[in-house]
Design a protein around this ligand. Structure first.
Ligand code: ZN
Length: 232
């Protein structure tokens, strides 16, 4: 049984490598997927600003229409000026002209304000787009690195899996069943006894268990952590 336990110890090394590899294979694409979300947020930010700009542009068009109406009113008043008869009429039209002038100036000021808002938004969109381009370039490079790394790890994984299959086919089925259960639940299935202590869980072993582990006539498990005990 001693040599079988030694084979389990070697098998355990392979299994630990496989476990780490499989964890990495799961982790790396997930990390990349999280990073891939960032450009989507920037695209959203640009889209929201685009929608705002088109709303503002509609408002600017409305202001242009108002200004056209205001301009037409001014023309009407000036033509009235040339046919006025009394000073009272003259005064009334003059007041209307002043009032309309103020209205037109107000519309122009509002238009300028709206145009300024559009300009600010467009500047922001340009900055976000620059960030987005940089991010996409960095991500494309990272994607390549991740793909290469995943391919390398997958090749390593299948090599180890093959190695594992070769090692397990000669091991006794009952003991292999015990070992497999421990590997699945604990990861590390083997624990060395140092002194009379299990090196995995630091539990002091009862003398009988310690002796059985030394004799190694069968698989001896740590009463505390359940791992297979080996003694050098
Ligand atoms: Zn233990």
């Amino acid at each position: 049984m001693k040599s079988i336990i030694e084979q389990f110890r070697i098998l355990n090394d392979v299994d630990l490598k496989l476990r780490t590899l499989r964890k990495d294979l799961e982790r790396l694409p997930k990390e990349l997927a999280v990073k891939e979300e960032e450009p989507k947020l920037l695209v959203d930010q640009i889209e929201r600003r685009k929608a705002e700009v088109s709303k503002l542009q509609e408002q600017i068009e409305e202001k242009d229409e108002e200004l056209k109406v205001g301009g037409a009113a001014m023309k009407r008043y000036s033509s009235q000026m040339s046919v006025l008869r009394t000073p009272k009429e003259f005064e009334s039209v003059r007041r209307s002209i002043d009032a309309q002038k103020r209205v037109n100036q107000q519309i122009e000021a509002q238009t300028l304000e709206l145009m300024q808002l559009v300009e600010n938004l467009q500047k922001e969109m340009g900055e976000i787009q620059t960030r987005l381009d940089q991010l996409n370039a960095a991500l494309a490079a990272e994607r390549k690195v991740v793909e290469a790394q995943v391919a390398e790890w997958k090749a390593e994984e299948s090599k180890l899996a093959q190695q594992r299959a070769g090692m397990t086919k000669d091991l006794p089925a009952k003991e292999l069943g015990v070992y497999d259960r421990i590997v699945i639940s604990r990861g590390d299935a083997i624990s060395r006894v140092t002194g009379s202590v299990c090196s995995a869980c630091y539990m002091g072993l009862p003398p009988q268990v310690h002796n059985m582990a030394i004799l190694a006539k069968e698989l001896v498990l740590c009463p505390s952590c359940g791992r297979i005990l080996t003694v050098e």
